[in-house]
Design a protein around this ligand. Structure first.
Ligand code: NAP
Length: 383
């Protein structure tokens, strides 16, 4: 029905605003609409979003706000199939059934999490709730891309974020930090960080840039993603800025070493250490590991060796390419060590969107290999 589509449209619009802000649970928007028995007169009576930190869920938040009237019909619209498994609290399906007044449930897409995956829908139908799903499924699936990849392919969606000079360099020379983009573009980067669950960098970027990797813009700090650093020998200096507030912002180092003396220097700063044995220490296994801790969307912020590895192994879904408005000239550091021409190759990706930030710009590129993992489903599972 048209009205169903309209309310789902509102829910999806709102969903985009909370992506990356409900870790470790997927973001969901639920709307409860009250109508007369013929469905000719209707209005929104409740809006529920997945809470910050994942609980309570959107459906529970929406149902909790309703003043139920006997002569009315109630439809719950949701962006994802309501969960049917009992966690720390009652499942959303139980909440819907036990409320006793939700007559219809309309949602965009089934939840691929194996604890749900159609079971939520079935329990609702078995309890005489009218269920419809699939409305605006494509739009919803796009927003849930990272979540679906996490549940189906055991890896997060990977977004490479680079800042390039006009002549295509990421810094003026090796082991130097260069300011490439303007204030407006930097603020947009902060928003981008707040929309992902994890941010990954190589050990040398941490060393050279002494970066903090959080969201500093007003109101966004609490949405700072989990920091992930790759450092085989665990030889970074624990006094670097990134290790200063790890209680506030979860920070994980991947390493090969089992040297407990080295561990202690980081554990005392609340840094998590994830050791992978040398034979299995590779990006695929690191991504698999990140997926297992709940990371659905991962922003990869460099530097050159990291970008090169992700690109060479085709382990990315999107590139956010910021372009600053100045030349670096000779000695500049290429983003991809095979040469900057890679980033001009249309064979590897297509341009989805271009945005302007004053004299700077942002190109959003989709990998043309995007569906390769769906075709080779076991790529990640076999590791
Ligand atoms: N403009 C930009 O967008 C931007 C963004 C970030 C950084 N940068 C610049 O980039 C430069 C740093 O780049 P870089 O190439 O020297 O270093 P990097 O990529 O930051 O770090 C390299 C390290 O990351 C780890 N690593 C890389 N590939 C890996 C893989 N496939 N598997 C596991 N670990 C891997 C290794 O650490 P271990 O050897 O410790 O294991 C490697 O030594 C700096 O100048 C920085 O300012 C620019």
């Amino acid at each position: 029905v048209d009205i169903d589509r309209n309310y789902i449209d509102v829910a999806l619009f709102t969903l985009k605003q909370i992506v990356g802000r409900t870790f470790p649970n997927p973001p969901v928007v639920s709307i409860v609409v009250e109508s007369n028995k013929n469905l000719t007169d209707h209005k929104i009576v409740s809006f529920g979003l997945t809470s910050f930190s994942g609980r309570p869920h959107a459906e529970a938040n929406a149902i909790g706000l309703i003043n139920y009237k006997r002569n009315k019909l109630y439809t719950l619209y949701s962006t994802l199939e309501p969960c049917s498994h009992k966690g720390r609290s009652e499942s959303c399906v139980s909440k819907i059934i036990n409320s006793g007044f939700i007559h219809r449930v309309i949602f965009c897409t089934l939840d691929p999490d194996k604890r749900v995956n159609g079971k939520g829908k079935k329990r609702l139908i078995d309890n005489n709730v009218n269920v419809e799903y699939g409305i605006m499924r494509n739009q919803a699936s796009k927003i849930y891309e990272g979540y679906f990849l996490n549940r189906k392919e055991k890896r997060p969606k990977v977004i490479l974020k680079l800042a390039l000079s006009i002549d295509g360099f990421i810094s003026s020379k090796k082991n130097v930090r260069s300011k490439i983009t303007n204030k407006m573009a930097n603020q947009y980067s902060q928003i981008l960080r707040s929309e992902v669950d994890g941010i990954l960098v190589g050990s040398n970027t941490v060393k050279v840039d002494d970066c903090i990797l959080n969201c500093r813009s007003p109101g966004l700090k609490k949405y700072s993603p989990i920091r992930v650093i790759l450092n085989r020998n665990l030889d970074l200096n624990p006094n670097l800025k990134v290790f200063k507030n790890c209680v506030e912002q979860r920070t994980v180092i991947f390493t090969q070493t089992q040297d407990k003396k080295k561990y202690r220097r980081f554990l005392s700063r609340n840094v998590e250490i994830k050791c992978i044995e040398p034979k299995k220490y590779n990006l695929r296994n690191i991504l698999k590991n990140l997926s297992s801790i709940g990371i659905c969307n991962l922003l990869v912020e460099g530097g050159a060796k990291i970008f090169s590895s992700f690109v060479k192994e085709n382990l990315f879904d999107e590139i956010f390419l910021f372009r600053g408005n100045f030349f670096i000239g000779d000695n500049g550091l290429n983003a991809i060590n095979d040469g900057k021409d890679y980033l001009l190759s249309k064979k590897k990706f297509s341009i989805r969107e271009i945005m302007r930030f004053g004299d700077d710009s942002l190109e959003i590129l989709d990998s043309k290999n995007k569906n390769r993992h769906s075709r080779k489903k076991n790529v990640f599972r076999n590791n």
